[in-house]
Design a binder for this molecule. Structure first.
Ligand SMILES: NC(=O)c1ccc[n+]([C@@H]2O[C@H](COP(=O)([O-])OP(=O)(O)OC[C@H]3O[C@@H](n4cnc5c(N)ncnc54)[C@H](O)[C@@H]3O)[C@@H](O)[C@H]2O)c1
Length: 334
């Protein structure tokens, strides 16, 4: 039996705990700063709980899942690594690239095993895109288009501490573009607009954003995001090459309505409402992969170094938007 500890039973943590609880050969024990929450979740799952993180780490864990707010990730990663326990940490690892770089260095120095939660790597469409690109089926890749659209804005308090739309939303597209192409981003030009609720501008954020990325093989990518996509939750990646093109995320619940003669009816079902429905399967595969990684049966599918690279791209976009100019990644890389 693989014993996995999970800390932070909020929105994503409660879901991860239920997933782990359902994996064959896995037992989960949960903890939360609000112990009552951990106790209640454990009760509903028929799982175990610990009164605090110390008590959780005192157990002989095969893996530790960190699903607490971002500001607490660094310390919990350190504690897991110090206990020689493989860690799965939700993204982002930290709020800034400077702090993330410190974590990358300390994980490397201490031989830590840390997987980061970029779940699109486990989505069937994104994985097929990566395989086709690597296999050469599309020829030379010249254009990519990624998007992340939320149906409605989160609460003002969330926006104020989200790090901005590029770090909060587009960072997933940045990771996916690196992962699907195997290339690095060398420069960005980014812009945005805030025409919705006043709290976006008050937080220095935008509700709609676009970024143009140049990759190190001169392929070009556009990434867009919005908090006002009333049609539903939409996340896609299109890849075009000299021999073919493909699209990930164009399932029957993508809220994109073709118009014109003879285009048929689509979407076929109700639109995805949030990341939870769109990426349900990917989250399950992601934690299965973590258990395999923790047990030494598989390589780390997403390292803290990967998280740092995606964050550098987001920070380059922030700088580009602030100064209204193209920004080289070299400017933000330490
Ligand atoms: N990969 C994704 O798509 C995705 C989606 C949602 C959230 N996230 C990330 O997951 C993390 C958690 O987000 P959420 O929305 O589930 O948060 P949340 O606020 O809903 O839940 C956080 C939980 O952690 C507990 N907590 C806070 N500090 C703690 C501490 N020091 N020790 C133990 N427990 C503590 C809180 O009591 C709460 O129960 C964030 O980093 C977020 O960015 C990732």
């Amino acid at each position: 039996m693989t014993l996995v500890g999970l800390v932070g039973v909020g929105r994503i943590g409660a879901f991860h705990a239920a997933t782990l609880n359902g994996l064959p050969g896995v037992e989960v024990v949960v903890a939360d700063a609000q112990a009552g929450r951990a106790e209640a979740l454990a009760g509903s799952l028929g799982a175990r709980w610990a009164p605090d993180v110390g008590a959780l780490l005192d157990q002989e864990l095969s893996g530790l899942v960190v699903a607490t707010p971002t500001g607490t990730h660094a310390e919990l990663i350190d504690r897991g690594v110090a206990a020689d326990t493989p860690v799965f940490c939700e993204k982002p690892v930290a709020e800034t690239s400077a702090r993330t770089l410190e974590i990358v260095k300390s994980v490397d120095k201490n031989g830590g095993r840390v997987q980061v939660g970029f779940q699109r790597r486990f989505d069937a469409g994104y994985a097929a895109a990566r395989a086709e690109v690597a296999g050469g089926a599309l020829g030379r890749i010249h254009t990519l288009r990624g998007q992340t659209c939320d149906p409605a804005p989160p609460p003002p308090g969330y926006i104020a501490s989200s790090g901005g739309i590029f770090k909060d939303c587009s960072v997933h597209d940045f990771d996916a573009i690196r992962w699907v192409t195997g290339r690095e981003v060398v420069s960005v030009y980014a812009t945005g607009s805030a025409r919705g609720a006043a709290f976006f501008a008050e937080a220095g954020d935008v509700d709609t954003a676009a970024a143009l990325l140049r990759l190190d093989d001169d392929a070009l990518a556009t990434v867009t995001a919005t908090r006002y996509h009333g049609a539903g939750y939409a996340v896609t990646l299109e890849v075009q090459g000299t021999l073919g093109s493909l699209g990930a995320g164009f399932d029957g619940q993508l809220p994109l309505r073709p118009v014109g003669d003879g285009v048929g009816t689509w979407p076929k079902g109700p639109a995805h409402s949030s990341f939870m429905s769109r990426f349900h399967e990917a989250y399950v595969r992601e934690l299965r992969a973590f258990v395999d990684f923790a047990e030494g049966r598989a390589e780390n599918p997403c390292s803290v170094g990967d998280a740092l690279e995606a964050l550098y791209i987001a920070e380059a976009c922030d700088l580009s938007r602030a100064e209204n100019r193209p920004v080289s990644l070299a400017e933000v890389r330490a």
